[in-house]
Design a binder for this molecule. Structure first.
Ligand SMILES: Cc1cc2nc3c(=O)[nH]c(=O)nc-3n(C[C@H](O)[C@H](O)[C@H](O)COP(=O)(O)OP(=O)(O)OC[C@H]3O[C@@H](n4cnc5c(N)ncnc54)[C@H](O)[C@@H]3O)c2cc1C
Length: 421
């Protein structure tokens, strides 16, 4: 039962990884927090491959032991396959640092997201499923709560701070018209799941493999999951992947697999299980990370691109940093934009480094192998970025050597004032 007039310290809208992280940490701080999740978990979600730098947040959340006890494959590496089919040496994270935190997991998101939200509830957050938030309520320019549909009835629920963790729904940045796309990253994805696909031996068995299409029109992901399942997705511009390709995405996926030896040989003899899913226009960001009484976390703030599996990592980091900022703001009785959004610039700086790495990947003139051959001194920088070690200036030095083509577009650079409405 949610009391319409009860006042929460914080309402978190959306119970994905970002929302669950923010809620858990706020509850750990002793805050009264309510999570409103539209879905009935477990529910399907894309985004199975994690980055090792999630480790510190998982530890803080009390999730590490639960993950270790799970059947999720351990991910120790990323490997790339060139358009000509040449396989790179796997980038083993443990080669640069053998510590436990250099490894991570490939997760089934229905199971993982449920674990994360149960963990938030275990820490004292109140979690409600099947509750759709219609809008964030404002008094002047300050968020004061949300309007939600609960058991078929529309209710207003009041809180000191509202966290938007609604993922690609981006509830608040759409409500305030803050959302804009990254025009350099206009892509679509079609993906499905295969049982009995190839597994490498040894340390590379849990690798994420990124495979270029032969003509470089796009690329595939190959992510090992529990129970001998593999997530396989193809990413390319929608004009190529979706236009004039009929209305059966599974057929399009099969056609693309057929044309790429490196992926075809890996799924040969495997059985596709369930539907093929389609998603597009997923790269965007909000002009603001916080306003008076509100904060955006995870995909609700922005999403880069699937290629380096950075989405859940950024969701966790922003959820963690936002929760700490909210706790401090509540202590100071000052939930102004400046106070709530103080984590924004550092977060953006790390996200921009990953963005540049994404632009490099999509640049058809560029080859990481050729770059590292002429600049071997940057191989450690590259692995650190693949791990997610991006919240420092040092790793960004690699881009100085890369030349102009990884410059950020002006539309992205122009918006550095991240707070206010
Ligand atoms: C094609 C593709 C492949 C990807 N692959 C990877 C990968 O391999 N690794 C990786 O780390 N990331 C990947 N991602 C990104 C990853 O899926 C997201 O970054 C991550 O899920 C973000 O977490 P979140 O908590 O911000 O949002 P979500 O996980 O989307 O959670 C948002 C939640 O909010 C709820 N919600 C939405 N609207 C409302 C509302 N109005 N009221 C109440 N609840 C609401 C939703 O039901 C949902 O549960 C991929 C993304 C795409 C598009």
């Amino acid at each position: 039962m949610i009391m319409a007039n009860s006042e929460y310290d914080c309402i978190v809208v959306g119970g994905g990884p970002a929302g669950a992280t923010a809620a858990t940490i706020l509850a750990q701080h002793g805050r009264k927090v309510l999570v409103l999740e539209r879905g009935a978990f477990p529910r399907h979600h894309v985004g199975e491959s994690l980055m090792p730098q999630t480790h510190a947040t998982f530890e803080r959340l009390g999730m590490l032991e639960k993950l270790k006890a799970s059947n999720f494959p351990v991910k120790e590496s990323v490997q790339f396959v060139t358009p000509s089919g040449k396989e790179s040496q796997p980038f083993f994270f443990t080669d640069r640092d053998p510590a436990e935190h250099s490894k991570t997991w490939q997760v089934k998101r229905d199971v993982f997201d449920r674990m994360m939200l149960d963990n938030a509830a275990d820490h004292g957050a109140e979690v409600r499923y099947n509750v759709r938030v219609k809008k964030v309520l404002f008094a002047g320019d300050r968020a004061i709560g949300v309007q939600a549909v609960i058991d078929g009835e529309t209710q207003d629920i009041i809180a000191k701070v509202v966290v938007d963790a609604t993922g690609q729904t981006a509830l608040l940045s759409r409500q305030l018209d803050l959302r804009y796309p990254d025009d350099k990253l206009k892509n679509a994805a079609i993906y499905s799941y295969f049982k009995g696909a190839h597994r490498d031996e040894g340390r590379n068995a849990g690798a994420t493999i990124i495979i270029h299409m032969p003509d470089r029109k796009g690329w595939f992901w190959y992510i090992p999951l529990p129970d001998d399942m593999t997530s396989v997705g193809v990413v390319a511009p929608p004009s190529y992947l979706c236009s004039g390709r009929g209305d059966d995405p599974a057929a399009t996926l099969e056609e693309e697999i057929e044309q790429c030896d490196a992926i075809r040989k890996r799924v040969e003899g495997a059985t596709r299980v369930g539907n093929a899913f389609v998603t597009s226009d997923f790269s965007y960001r909000s002009r603001k990370v916080a306003g008076n009484g509100w904060v955006l976390v995870g995909d609700a703030f922005g999403f880069l691109d699937p290629v380096y599996s950075s989405g859940v990592f950024l969701a966790l980091v922003s959820g963690e940093w936002a929760a700490d900022a909210i706790h401090d703001a509540l202590d100071a009785d000052d939930v102004s934009a400046d106070r709530l959004g103080r984590f924004g610039p550092r977060f953006m700086a790390g996200m921009q480094l990953l963005r540049q790495l994404v632009y490099a990947f999509y640049d058809t003139e560029f080859s990481f192998a050729a770059f590292l051959k002429s600049h071997p001194e940057y191989s450690d920088h590259l692995v650190r970025m693949l791990i997610g070690d991006v919240f420092n200036d040092e790793v960004g030095k690699m881009f100085d050597a890369m030349g102009d083509w990884v410059d950020l577009p002006q539309s992205i650079l122009a918006e550095q004032d991240l707070v206010g409405s």
